[in-house]
Ligand binder design. Structure first.
Ligand SMILES: [Fe+2]
Length: 238
């Protein structure tokens, strides 16, 4: 599990300064506990996660240096968004009481969305390389053919074309599965991203215009198979 994914699991997990097991919820009726909760939610301190470094300047024929530079800046901004949303959750008491649940919901949604964006962008950037080597026949390559069929890349390309956000091949429940996400946090519970392709316009527009097919076809030449393989193994893939 990546550092980002592990951190994501902690966001909003419990109020700051409380023990993992809650004695109050054990001894008091749940409704009373909720009713007495302060508007200050006590979320985690700012996300001090260090952004990854891009290991390449360009992927010739696929992604230009300018496009990668802009995209990388966008990725970094999502870390700031997690912190901005968390800070907003720190104190909602200045809002009218009836508005607090709506504000809480909005900030929680944005926090989850931005954290998921960090996880997916890291999977995307590190899943590509300017020094590609062929995949080994066993492991992930074999699992892709076994679970998704020999035309798995064609299906992945179709998913990229169809999606407004991400196309992801994830590992979960003993198999690989291909799915699309129209939002960063639109993933399928239980699946860890192994191959994540950014299908938002910002990922390809500068280099490929509206030709999404050209974008995804070019990316195939730069898959970082050793990284994808180690991710698959770490997720428990077999
Ligand atoms: Fe992106």
């Amino acid at each position: 599990m990546s550092q980002a994914l592990a951190r994501w699991a902690q966001i909003g997990a419990r109020p700051k300064g409380t023990a993992p097991s809650s004695s109050s919820s054990d001894s008091a009726p749940l409704a009373a506990t909720i009713a007495s909760a302060p508007a200050t939610s006590g979320n985690p301190p700012p996300w001090d996660k260090s952004p990854i470094e891009l290991a390449y300047g360009e992927l010739q024929g696929a992604l230009s240096a300018r496009a990668l530079e802009e995209h990388y800046a966008l990725y970094r901004s999502y870390i700031d968004k997690v912190n901005a949303a968390s800070a907003g959750l720190e104190d909602l008491s200045g809002l009218p009481t009836e508005a607090q649940p709506l504000a809480y919901r909005g900030l929680k949604f944005e926090c989850a969305s931005a954290a998921a964006a960090v996880v997916l962008h890291e999977a995307y950037f590190t899943g590509l390389t300017d020094k590609p080597v062929p995949p080994t026949p066993a492991g992930l390559a074999a699992a892709l053919t076994r679970d998704l069929g020999p035309a798995w890349f064609g299906d992945l390309a179709q998913a990229v074309l169809a999606s407004r956000g991400w196309a992801v091949i994830g590992w979960g429940f003993g198999e690989l599965h291909l799915f699309t996400q129209d939002d960063h946090n639109g993933g399928v519970a239980g699946y860890l991203p192994i191959i994540a392709i950014d299908a938002y316009e910002h990922a390809y527009w500068m280099d490929h215009g509206t030709d999404k097919k050209s974008y995804v076809a070019a990316l195939r030449n730069f898959f970082n198979w050793p990284e994808l393989e180690s991710r698959f193994t770490a997720a428990g893939g077999r």
